[in-house]
Design a protein around this ligand. Sequence first.
Ligand SMILES: [Zn+2]
Length: 454
Amino acid sequence: MIRGMRLVALFAVLTVASVATAQAVNAAKAHSSSSSAPAVASSSSVLSSGPFDVNAAVEAYLAKMPPARRAASNAYFEGSYWLILWDFLSTVFVMWLLLRFRWSASMRNLAERLTRFRPLQTALYWIQFIVIVSVLTFPMTVYEGYFREHKYDLLNQTFGPWMRDQAVGLAVGVVLGTILVVPLFGLVRRLGKNWWVWGAVLSVLFFAFVSLIAPVYISPLFNKYKTLEDARIKDPILSMARANGIPATNVYEFDASQQSNRVSANVSGFANTLRISLNDNLLKRCTLPEIETTMGHEMGHYVLNHEYKGLVIMGVVIVIAFAFLNWGINLALERWGESWGIRGITDVAVLPLAVIVFSIFFLLMTPVSNSITRTMEFEADMYGLNAARQPDGEANVDMLLGEYRKLDPSPLEEFVFFDHPSGRTRITAAMRWKAEHPETASSEEMARSLFDSK
Ligand SMILES: [Zn+2]
């Protein structure tokens, strides 16, 4: 899942924890694809005539998607650029409401009336905060997560099951947010000025903890997981795992088709909970070579220790984020603290302000965090090509992912907005690899049509 190493997760937990669920976590390392129909690419000419032409092969794959389909995918993905801005503005607006009208101060007062025990006050504030924020941002959530997804045919859920997932997400947010916020404010009260250094350390530990428990305790709240039994698929995958030194004895599949047709797989967890999971769309819509190259990619994440590296890199980003947070909060409190009814940085009522400062930071960091994940995703692609040796299968999967990710962006667009490489980048890498390994070419994969012509 790409949104694999979610730098934004902290920010998401702090704002609307309902979104920062395993869904988002899993979505991060995703890989996706689509169904079959009329043929388009005439790749046989590419294969037969003289030296292999990488660029022509890339174009032949890109041409597999009908123009109308391509236009819809571009519109969907480009719309998400604007959503970054609208999400930012709506979050800042809601937080400003909480501060300006002293709702945040009132929530704190209520918590203080209910108990004298400080950690419990923080927890009670958090519960009020996340519920109110979820309600106020609901119009944006429902547009973005439900109506817009349906408009582009990317969601299978009706409103009821979708709302059920939202409610579960909120419950997860209440619990996880409490686990983070209570000790965080304990640190702020105890450490004074230098709280932010340890706040950053605590947050990184929190992420490691969430990654550890997610496959076992969070993901199953949204999807059913079971071990993959089909030997025709399981055996080659486990063989590849053994060859790559991965101590897996099981591969899991989960019913992602409940939510959408997106093809995806992920490596999740840490230490004992680390596991490879395939979604059922991948199993239904893809050929064995395509499944193998996808698993090779996921194994790349594992062998290259991307979970651990991600935590370390994220640690650096988070330390900077907390330094910025400390500076921003103090600056704003000097000016408006009194009129907002906030007593200081140790007062839990400061949380909406913290969300605003974090939102600014992570908005500015978008290209950086995307480039960090995109780089690791490209590494996993290279690993997958070498492990599975299915460049044509890889190119087909990359095309299927193009259903919801723009296939051919400008380099600047890719740098700023892409948390995975674009279809063009990935297919170019696959064809470049194939040029050096002509014996791996697959005419069936080349000829396979991926999209119906709707
Ligand atoms: Zn990946």
